[in-house]
Design a protein around this ligand. Structure first.
Ligand code: PPS
Length: 573
C-alpha cells in the first residue's frame, strides 16, 4: 500500500495544477476550437480542490479504473486510500460529442475559462451501484447524498488530466480562501509542528471552543478551524453571517493558536467515507491531526433525527487508516455546561446528580427573535452580535401579510387600511401589492389560467420576499386560489422574516351580493369565464395565521385583528 510521506506531500504542495502564463495564452487561443462546459456550483468546488491540490494525489478527474477501485475498495487503483469518487458529470448530449484526447474547456457560470481537461474516458454511470458503494443505500428518500446523485448529477462521467488557468474567483473573504500551499507555508512560518484540523458548517459557541481546545490539548496541537464554504449548510444562516461568526469565534482562543480558513468542499454526506476523505484533505492542507465526531459526515448529524450511519463508525474508519493516510484522528467529545461547577464537561463525564444546561438551536433562534437573554456561558458576545444582525428581533424584521380569498371578500379594503396604518407608524417601508395593481404592472401579460395564476402568485411571493429581506412590510392581496402557490410564496418569504397568511373567508353569497366590480354578474351571464368561486376552484387555506370573515366586520375591525396578531407575535410593539 502506498504510505504517504509527509515530506513528499510538503514538496508537492509547493505546486498546483495551474500552468505557466505562456501556456495560458496558448490554451486561450486554442479554446475557440474546444468544446466547452459551464460548471455548476458543485462542480466548481471539486475543480477548485483539484487545482489547488487539496485532492492530492488526484491530478484530474478519476479514470474509470480508479473510480471502480474507489467504489469497491476505498482506494485508487495503485492502492492509495481514497474514499470518494471525484468525477466530472456531463449530460448524454455532451458525452456523445467527447472523444479521448480531446480538450474540454471548463468554465465558470459567467463563461470564464478556468481549466482545460484532456479527455481520457467517457462512460455512463451506474447510479445504483455508485450509491450503494459510497452511501450504503440506493434510496434517495433515505439519504440526501443519494438524492443529489440521482437528481442533481448528470448520467455520464468524464475522466482526464487538468491544466488550470485560474482558481475559481471568490470576492468574499478572500483572506480566508487559503490553499494547501499557503497553509503549509503559514504553519511552517509559525513553527506549528502539530496542527489539528476541525471542520464545521454551523455557528460555533462556547461548547465548541471547549470541545476543540480539549482535542487540541490532547494532541499538543495548534488549530486549523476550516469550515465548509460550499453550498448552504444545514441551518438557514447566510454564508456571510456564518463566516463573520467564525471570525468572532476564533478571537476567543489563546493568541497564535488558531488559523481560520474556508474550504470550498461539496460534501457528499457519506458518513465514515466522508470523514476519511476530509481527513485526507486536511492532511493535504498540512494538518497532522483531524477531529472526528461520532456522527461525522452523517446526513442527519446535529439534528434530532436518527443518524443514518452507526455512531462511532466514522472515528473507527479514520483511526484504522491513520498510518496510511498520515494523519491522526482526534475523537471529538460533546461538551455540556454543568451549572453547579460553572464549567464545561465532556458529556460522558457528567455524573447523574449534576445539573446540565443546554440551549438548542431552535431555542437560540427563539431567543434572538424575541430579543431575550443569551447567557455568557452559552456563547461569545461577538458571535451573538453577528447572530443578532442576521436574526434581528421580530419588531425589527420585515414581514409579509398575505391576504387571500375570493374577489369581493374584502382583501383590497383590508390591505388599504393596513397600508395607511403602517404608513402612519413610519417604522418600516410599506409596499402594497394588491391583486389589481400587480395585474396591471408585474403580471400584465398573464391570464387567469391555473398556470398563469400560479405564476402571478409566485411573482408576488418573490417581490414580497425581497421586501421582507430588506426589513419592509409587503401587503399582498391576490385571490391566490391554489394552496401550492401560496405555500411557494411562504417558502420564499419565511427565511427572511414573518409570513402572515390571512384567509378572507367571507362566503361566496356575500361576495356575490357586493359584486363591486360586477364580475360575478358577468360570470353568471356567461360573459366572462373562469371566475374564481363560480367556474374556477378556490382551495381554502388549511392553517392560515388568521381567518377573517368580513360579513359583519368593518374594515377597521378586520385590520384590528391583524394588528393584534402582529403584536402578539412580536412584529409590532
Ligand atoms: S390570482 O388568481 O391570484 O392570480 O388573481 P388576482 O391576480 O388576484 O386577480 C386580480 C383581479 O382580477 C379580477 N378578475 C378575476 N378574478 C378571478 N377570476 C377571473 N376570471 C377574473 N378576471 C378578472 C378580479 O377582480 C381580481 O381582483 P379582486 O381584488 O380579487 O376582486
Amino acid at each position: 500500500m502506498a504510505n504517504m510521506n509527509s515530506e513528499k506531500i510538503q514538496n508537492l504542495h509547493s505546486e498546483n495544477l495551474l500552468v505557466h502564463f505562456r501556456r495560458i495564452e496558448r490554451l486561450k487561443q486554442e479554446a475557440t476550437r474546444h468544446f466547452s462546459l459551464d460548471l455548476n456550483q458543485r462542480q466548481m468546488c471539486d475543480l477548485e480542490l483539484l487545482l489547488n491540490r487539496a485532492f492530492y494525489p488526484l491530478a484530474g478527474y478519476m479514470e474509470r479504473e480508479d473510480y471502480e477501485s474507489v467504489l469497491n475498495h476505498m482506494r485508487l487503483s495503485d492502492g492509495t486510500v481514497w474514499p470518494i469518487p471525484v468525477t466530472l458529470d456531463v449530460s448524454m448530449d455532451t458525452a456523445q460529442k467527447l472523444e479521448p484526447g480531446q480538450p474540454l474547456a471548463l468554465r465558470d457560470e459567467e463563461g470564464f475559462m478556468l481549466a482545460v481537461l484532456t479527455v481520457k474516458e467517457v462512460w455512463q454511470q451506474d447510479r445504483q451501484r455508485h450509491a450503494l458503494a459510497v452511501f450504503g443505500t440506493d434510496d434517495p428518500r433515505r439519504h440526501p447524498g443519494v438524492y443529489r446523485l440521482f437528481h442533481e448529477t448528470e448520467a455520464w462521467f468524464v475522466s482526464g488530466t487538468l491544466e488550470g488557468l485560474h482558481l475559481p474567483m471568490h470576492y468574499d473573504f478572500t483572506e480566508l480562501r487559503i490553499t494547501p500551499a499557503e497553509t503549509h507555508r503559514v504553519f511552517t512560518q509559525r513553527g506549528w509542528r502539530n496542527v489539528a484540523g476541525f471542520q464545521t458548517e454551523r455557528h460555533l459557541h462556547c461548547a465548541h471552543r471547549e470541545m476543540v481546545l480539549r482535542g487540541a490539548r490532547e494532541a499538543g496541537a495548534n488549530l486549523f478551524i476550516h469550515p465548509v464554504a460550499g453550498r448552504a449548510g444545514p441551518n438557514d444562516l447566510d454564508h456571510f453571517t456564518l463566516v463573520r461568526c467564525y471570525q468572532e469565534f476564533i478571537k476567543n482562543f489563546p493568541k497564535n493558536m488558531v488559523q481560520l480558513g474556508l474550504l470550498p468542499l461539496e460534501r457528499r454526506l457519506a458518513g465514515p467515507r466522508q470523514a476519511l476523505w476530509e481527513a485526507v484533505i486536511r492532511r493535504n492542507y498540512g494538518c497532522t491531526h483531524y477531529m472526528v465526531s461520532e456522527d461525522h459526515g452523517d446526513p442527519f448529524a446535529g439534528n434530532s433525527q436518527e443518524r443514518f450511519y452507526p455512531l462511532g463508525a466514522a472515528q473507527e474508519l479514520v483511526k484504522s487508516l491513520e498510518d496510511e493516510i498520515d494523519i491522526r484522528m482526534i475523537p471529538l467529545k460533546k461538551m455540556v455546561y454543568v451549572e453547579d461547577k460553572a464549567q464545561y464537561f465532556p458529556l460522558d463525564q457528567v455524573d447523574p446528580g449534576m445539573q446540565v444546561k443546554e440551549i438548542s438551536s431552535a431555542e437560540l433562534r427563539r431567543r434572538l427573535e424575541f430579543d431575550l437573554e443569551i447567557p455568557e456561558w452559552f456563547s461569545f458576545p461577538g458571535v451573538v452580535l453577528e447572530l443578532k444582525k442576521a436574526y434581528p428581533p421580530r419588531h425589527e424584521q420585515g414581514f409579509t401579510v398575505f391576504i387571500t380569498g375570493l374577489s369581493g371578500a374584502g382583501k383590497s379594503t383590508l390591505a388599504k387600511v393596513l397600508y395607511v396604518r403602517f404608513m402612519e407608524m413610519r417604522e418600516r417601508p410599506v409596499t402594497l401589492l394588491d391583486g389589481d395593481i400587480v395585474r396591471k404592472n408585474l403580471s400584465s401579460e398573464l391570464d387567469f389560467s391555473r398556470k398563469h395564476r400560479n405564476l402571478n402568485v409566485q411573482r408576488i411571493g418573490f417581490v414580497a420576499s425581497e421586501i421582507t429581506k430588506n426589513r419592509g412590510i409587503a401587503l399582498c392581496a391576490p385571490i391566490a386560489p391554489f394552496a401550492r402557490s401560496r405555500q411557494t410564496a411562504r417558502e420564499m418569504v419565511a427565511p427572511h422574516g414573518g409570513f402572515i397568511e390571512v384567509y378572507m373567508s367571507t362566503p361566496l353569497e356575500i361576495c356575490e351580493q357586493r359584486d363591486r366590480k360586477g364580475i360575478y354578474a358577468k360570470a353568471r351571464a356567461g360573459i366572462i369565464k373562469g371566475v374564481t368561486g363560480i367556474y374556477d376552484p378556490y382551495e381554502p387555506p388549511e392553517q392560515p395565521e388568521l381567518k377573517i370573515d368580513t360579513t359583519s366586520l368593518t374594515p377597521t375591525e378586520a385590520a384590528q385583528e391583524v394588528f393584534l396578531f402582529l403584536e402578539e407575535q412580536g412584529y409590532i410593539r
